[in-house]
Design a protein around this ligand. Structure first.
Ligand SMILES: O=C(O)CCC(=O)C(=O)O
Length: 200
């Protein structure tokens, strides 16, 4: 199913995903995008496959409380400190959702060749049933969810400038998500996923 004009709530399996369009106004979004682009220390990370070092197809950064270290796909991320912009966005997301977050993964997709492949946000640091709050800026991109058992159960959600997507507790255990390549796209997108990291 494709949600072009998304309703605020999308059911998937037994879970309800919240999608708020224009959570951040268009004017504010533009400013945030430019600010993040120019002030974040974007890193090109690499993964190793069969002894070969391969650049991940996006730039990323990890910010949060000093003890919020995170590892995924063999990458160990030490948090850079909160910036004023990130803290202001975190406050807005927390006020809306009622959840607290102590870290954020920032992904910069330079164009449609950049992507993120199928995965669940299920690393042990995220606790049993993480809530993930995802804010998007810039170019609209397709975001897909696919059920672990029934792969035909798949939905596409279009994440546009200023939208907030909240993946609820439990969702990560039943499905994977991805941001597929869209080679026709020539402009950039920045995505922030706010998370709660629990100590070792
Ligand atoms: O860019 C996106 O919307 C997806 C990001 C994502 O899947 C993640 O941070 O785990």
């Amino acid at each position: 199913m494709i949600y072009n004009k998304a309703p605020n709530f999308i059911d998937f399996d037994a879970y309800t995903i919240e999608l708020l369009k224009n959570f951040i106004s268009i004017e504010e979004s533009r400013k945030v995008y430019e600010k993040l682009l120019s002030t974040i220390d974007w890193r090109q990370d690499f993964l190793t496959f069969g002894g070969k070092r391969v650049p991940i197809p996006r730039l990323q950064a990890w910010h949060g409380d000093a003890d919020a270290s995170y590892s995924y796909s063999g990458l160990a991320l030490k948090p850079a400190s909160w910036t004023e912009t990130l803290l202001a966005l975190k406050d807005q997301v927390e006020n809306h959702s009622g959840y607290k977050f102590n870290s954020v993964l920032l992904n910069y997709y330079r164009d449609g060749r950049d992507s993120m492949s199928w995965h669940s946000d299920n690393e042990k640091e995220l606790g049993q049933d993480p809530v993930i709050a995802s804010l998007s800026f810039g170019q609209t991109r397709k975001f897909s969810l696919r059920h672990n058992q029934n792969k035909a159960n798949k939905i596409n959600i279009y994440l546009d400038d200023g939208c907030l997507l909240i993946m609820p507790k439990g969702l990560q255990s039943v499905c994977m998500h991805q941001l597929p390549k869209q080679p026709e796209i020539t402009s950039g997108r920045i995505n922030l996923t706010f998370r709660m990291i629990y100590g070792p």
